[in-house]
Design a protein around this ligand. Structure first.
Ligand code: NAD
Length: 307
């Protein structure tokens, strides 16, 4: 069967070599479409693909429609909002992500962002330390949990909110205090690290009221998705509270306006870089290839997100 790896931004060579070994080792055929610049190239390449591996590439209804024999799409990464799940499901195509494979890279960036902001973005002046500060983790999944553990290692008091993790032992095992409402979380967090996925429920859910409730001098850190932010609400809160800061790995739609209005109190990475490490790149690519082969061979749907 044909396994297509379609990546506008290619995997590292080591990852591609590993993917080839896994795919060809299982007697399937690997096709690469790298650095494509036109949607038409993807539509053509996917036409006879049985499996598709992508990174942040958009798998729209049009792509699904063009893929006449497609059985599985694996998004090499955690978020899968770049795949049209409804269109895939309607065609009976299995969609998977590769949870956990890039979490450490994102978690390290989140911590680095906290230090960067508390040290005046590495410009002269007196900064502050993370030691003893309260770190709020909004969503205790793969990334959130690692951020919490690393925060603890830096001497922070870690508090978390995740309504879908009902077993308190998960938090207790990490020495993390669990709170039962999002309001409670923001109220006590000197640093609030966002790790919620972008869903119908979470989109636009972080806005004026939550940001305004944060303690004096607090920093909101977003390595999740820009869509979860109510940007107008954030802007209003930053206007009314000159002590608050916002740093993000996914520039806001209104980022130029935020930069102009709030100067050093806001920062966006020039391009999403949370998962951009050699290690994460390789881990996610190899996991995607293994999951494709496992599905084609045994029908394993463990990481399916459109069940
Ligand atoms: P994950 O699926 O392991 O964890 C997500 C957690 O969110 C789960 O524990 C779930 O219970 C919780 N959750 C879902 N809805 C919630 C809600 N309404 N309120 C509170 N908690 C809720 O995902 P992850 O690997 O930890 O990644 C988290 C997010 O980070 C991804 O969805 C993705 O958007 C983003 N991400 C960004 C980068 C980057 O490059 N910046 C890289 C990887 C992931």
């Amino acid at each position: 069967m044909k396994v297509l790896v379609a990546t506008e931004k290619p995997f590292a060579k080591k990852a591609v070599d590993g993917i080839r070994e896994i795919v060809e080792g299982a007697d399937h055929q690997l096709a690469l479409l790298e650095k494509y610049t036109d949607k038409a190239q993807l539509l053509e390449a996917v036409a006879d693909a049985d499996a598709l591996i992508v990174r942040s590439d958009k798998v729209t209804a049009e792509v699904i429609d063009a893929a006449k024999v497609l059985k599985i799409v694996v998004r090499a990464g955690a978020g899968y909002d770049n795949v049209d799940l409804a269109a895939a499901t309607a065609r009976g195509i299995v969609v998977m992500n590769t949870p956990g494979q890039n979490s450490n890279a994102v978690a390290e960036l989140a911590l680095a962002m906290m230090i960067f902001m508390s040290r005046n973005r590495f410009t002269p002046g007196t900064g502050s330390e993370l030691l003893g500060k309260t770190l709020g983790i909004h969503a205790y999944g793969h990334v959130g949990r690692l951020v919490g553990c690393k925060g603890k290692a830096l001497g922070m008091e870690v508090v978390a909110y995740d309504p879908f993790i009902t077993d308190p032992a998960v938090f207790e095992a990490d020495g993390v205090r669990k709170v039962d409402s999002v309001e409670e979380l923001y109220k006590c967090s000197d640093f609030l690290s966002l790790h919620i996925p972008a869903t119908a429920e979470t989109k636009g859910s972080i806005g004026y009221d939550l940001v305004m409730s944060m303690p004096k001098g607090a920093t909101l850190v977003n390595t999740a998705r820009k869509e979860v932010i109510d940007e107008e609400g954030l802007m209003r809160a930053l206007t009314e509270r000159e002590d608050l800061k916002y740093i993000t790995d996914i520039a806001a739609g209104i980022q130029p306006e935020l930069d102009e209005k709030f100067g050093k109190r806001v920062f966006a990475t020039p391009k999403k870089m949370g998962a951009e490490t050699a290690e994460a790149n390789i881990n996610a690519g190899l996991a995607a290839a293994r999951q494709v082969i496992d599905y084609l061979t045994t029908g394993n749907t463990r990481f399916q997100v459109n069940k």
